[in-house]
Structures are given as C-alpha cells and as structure tokens.
Design a protein around this ligand. Structure first.
Ligand SMILES: *[C@@H]1O[C@H](CO)[C@@H](O)[C@H](O)[C@H]1NC(C)=O
Length: 439
C-alpha cells in the first residue's frame, strides 16, 4: 500500500524535531597535575573534601589506536591492583558500574575523556571528572612522560553566563534526511547538554535526586514546554503555526551575539542542518509577526508529491482525498525553511505567510544569498490589513554554476521594523556534466 518501504519512511513534515545544544553554564573542575599544571574538566563534584595528590593511571594498550586508554571490563576488575590508591583515566564510554568497580579496586578518583559529555554523574562517593578528548590526550601524554604521574582533583565551581560559547552537541542528529531532503531537519535547537534534571532519589547515579543529563531527550522537553506555552497563549494555532513561530524567531547567535558552533569531526559554524532555524527563543516565539501555516490540504499535497496514491492517502485522512491533476512540488510545501537538494539552473518556489501581529502591518524582504545562488523574491513588500490576513510570495533561486559540492546557506527575512521573520535557505547545486567533462 505504501509507496516507500515501511522501514524507511520519508520525513513527516508535521513533526517538530529538536537538536541539542550546550548552554552558557558549566561546572569547571580543576585537575592539577604533579608538574603543577592545572587543566579544567567538568564534574558535579561538590560535597567531597580535597583528596590531595594521588597517583594517576590509565589502562595500557599496546600501540596507538581507537582503543587507547579505554577502560575495558578486562581492566576494570575489583582485583586489579593497579588502581589501588590512584585516580584512573579512562577514554570513551565506560562499562556499566565502572565507578563501583574502581572503588572496590581501591581507586580514589576517575577522569573520563569523552566528547561531549552525555552525562555528568557524581559516581557515588568517587570524585569523577569529565574532560574532552583533547584534555584526555594531554593527560595521557603527561602520564607517558612522567615517571610518577600525580593528580589532584578539586571541587567543582559553577560558571554561568558569557564566557561559554554555545555549541550543537556531537550526539545531536544532523540533516538532511536522505529520503526527503527537501524537508529541513532538525527544525530548532534547545539546551540538551548537562541539563540539571530531577531523578529518583533512589537512583545511584543521581545526587540527592538530581543529576546532569544530556541528550536530544533533554532538548525535546524544552521545546515541548515552549509549545505548551505557545498553545496556551494562542489556542487557535496549528502545530505548523507553532513550529513556524519557533523556527522563524530562533537565534543563530548565542546570548552575547557570538556565532554558534557545532561539535563534530571538526568544529565549524553551525548551520540549518545542525540547528534548523537556530536556538529556540520562547519570548520571541510568542509574538512572531508572521507564520508559515499548514493544514490537512498541505499534508495531502505533500503525500501526493512523494507518490502516495489517493486510496492510500484517504486511509490516512479517514475521508476521500484526491491529489491535484498536476503533481504538487514538494518544494512548495509551506515550511518555514527552503531546502533545495538539486538546483539545476533555476526554480521558483511559493510560500504563504499569515499575519498574526498587528492588523495593519507592512513587511519588507531582506535576503542573505547562499554562495553562487541568486535569490529573487516577488513581491518585495507585503501589506496586511483587516481583510488581507494571508499573502503569498515567490522565491526564484538561480544557480551561477560556480559552486560545487555541498549545501550553501542563506536566509530570507520579512521585517515590519518590530518583528523579524527569518527562514533558512539551503541549496545544493547540481552540475550537469557536459560532454567535455566526461574525459
Ligand atoms: C486591504 O488591502 C487590499 C489590497 O491592497 C484592499 O483592496 C482593501 O480595500 C484593503 N482593505 C481595507 C479594509 O483597507
């Protein structure tokens, strides 16, 4: 019945997806080495007294490779004498119950080198500090170059505010989704790294019923909470309207105006495939000015555009649904984003915006062009009044054929001087090989 295999469904455009970002908060924990150098890790290590200088060990692996410094279950045995009285440095993910085993083996501390932190746990009574791979490598080279490596772990401090840059977490999924690359994913980003979360007081990984947790599972509740607030402020808004309000008002810089980076194989500036419209801004989302709305007809046209037949769509909508005789273009789905995965020479896309701000409003366009792509918007001004609530415009994207490979990013903003309604543009140009190119 379905056009696509049931395992690999195309992206449902009615779902809002959240990426996970860090936030302007950290828990720096000083790690002082025997050579008196201090480097910073992160921990929730508060109630402990200073343990003083202790020996530092790391599991030895022959050679250098992906497994260097990994605390395998072979190493993590309570009868392994090398951990006695020492702080243990482990790279990568730890087997379950690692901190208890280290304690049972007489270990006095744990440093986990991992990037980025999924979870900062107090590790019961064992001081445990998380560092990124880079700091882990510095610690490892100190161990290897020192005859008697020593380390001191000091209690954590809390830092809030400007000095910390906001990044999209490594574990946060990236777009595009290959089965429906025209639908930008993710939609927005929200804090999802080291989020102070309530847990069962019985949970041994928690500290008096609280722990710092990371994941898109932490970012999603932030977005769901904002959605609930928006729905209570604007009960008539559709899910698409709410997603539009979130996306078009999201921030592409952090609170101090610095760009947002992404933690991946290489650190680079974040773009729409990392954070959608950007990091959610609940206050701005409550008053977006214009929304890119969608309803059942839009979703039916989407299903038509990806090849679902009338009978299949009717089963979903629970009433007879008929596709238009001319197959709709997926690019015209009224998303608060424009994503063109295969621009050849030029394409014209339509969007419709609904005024949810002051009744008499005039919006003008501004465009940031993706590299090598000309963006022409018609009309350049939208005038709303008591009878005109919705207006459509066209966006014509033309390729200069000067760029190859990868997506180029731009944006399109409507502004009335108070509201700024911005959607991201991502375009990949397709080069049609000419005869001479083949040789
Ligand atoms: C709203 O604008 C439209 C188009 O410019 C115009 O035809 C209409 O008369 C206006 N309505 C009011 C109430 O001003």
């Amino acid at each position: 019945m379905l056009h696509h295999g049931s395992q690999q469904l195309p992206q449902a455009p009615w779902i809002t997806t959240a990426a996970a970002s860090t936030m302007d908060r950290s828990f720096p924990t000083p790690i002082t080495l025997g050579n008196n150098r201090t480097i910073m890790g992160q921990a929730m290590f508060t109630g402990h007294k200073d343990i003083g200088f202790k020996g530092l060990v790391c599991p030895k692996q022959s050679g250098l490779g992906a497994s260097t410094g990994t605390c395998t279950s072979d190493f993590l045995r309570s009868d392994n004498p090398t951990m006695r009285g020492k702080v243990v440095l482990c790279f990568g993910y730890l087997p379950y119950g690692a901190s208890e085993i280290i304690k049972a083996a007489g270990g006095v501390g744990l440093i986990i080198a991992n990037s980025p932190t999924y979870y900062i746990s107090p590790c019961d009574d064992l001081p445990c500090v998380e560092v990124d791979y880079d700091v882990g490598a510095q610690l490892l080279s100190y161990i290897r170059s020192s005859r008697k490596p020593m380390v001191k772990l000091s209690p954590s401090k809390t830092l809030v505010g400007k000095p910390l840059s906001v990044k999209i977490a490594r574990f946060s999924s990236r777009g595009p989704r290959c089965l429906s690359p025209e639908i930008l994913k993710p939609d927005v980003a929200a804090p999802g790294v080291n989020v102070l979360a309530a847990m069962s007081p019985k949970n041994k990984d928690a500290y008096d019923g609280f722990a710092l947790e990371s994941g898109t599972s932490m970012a999603c509740p932030h977005v769901a909470g904002i959605v609930a607030l928006l729905k209570s402020l604007h009960p008539s808004w559709s899910p698409a309207a709410i997603r539009s309000a979130l996306t078009t008002t999201a921030s592409t810089t952090d609170t101090s105006g610095e760009p947002i980076f992404t933690i991946g194989d290489a650190q680079k500036l974040a773009g729409p495939f990392d954070f959608g419209g950007g990091i959610v801004n609940p206050n701005r989302a409550s008053d977006p000015g214009l929304i890119y709305d969608m309803g059942v007809t839009d979703y039916v046209h989407y299903l038509c555009s990806i090849g679902y037949i009338n009978s299949a769509i009717s089963k979903l909508t629970l009433h007879p649904s008929v596709c238009p005789s001319k197959k709709p273009s997926i690019l015209n789905l009224n998303l608060p984003s424009i994503t063109v995965p295969n621009l050849r020479s030029s394409v014209t896309i339509t969007r419709t915006v609904t005024n949810v701000g002051p009744i008499d409003s005039t919006y003008v366009i501004s465009v940031e062009h993706p590299l090598g792509v000309k963006v022409a918007v018609r009309p350049q001004m939208l005038v709303f009044n008591s009878t005109v609530k919705k207006l459509s415009f066209t966006i014509t994207l033309s390729s200069s054929h000067k760029t190859i490979g990868g997506y180029y990013i731009g944006s399109l903003s409507w502004s009335d001087g108070i509201h700024k309604v911005t959607i991201p543009i991502s375009v990949r140009t397709e080069i049609i090989p000419s005869y001479t190119d083949r040789f």
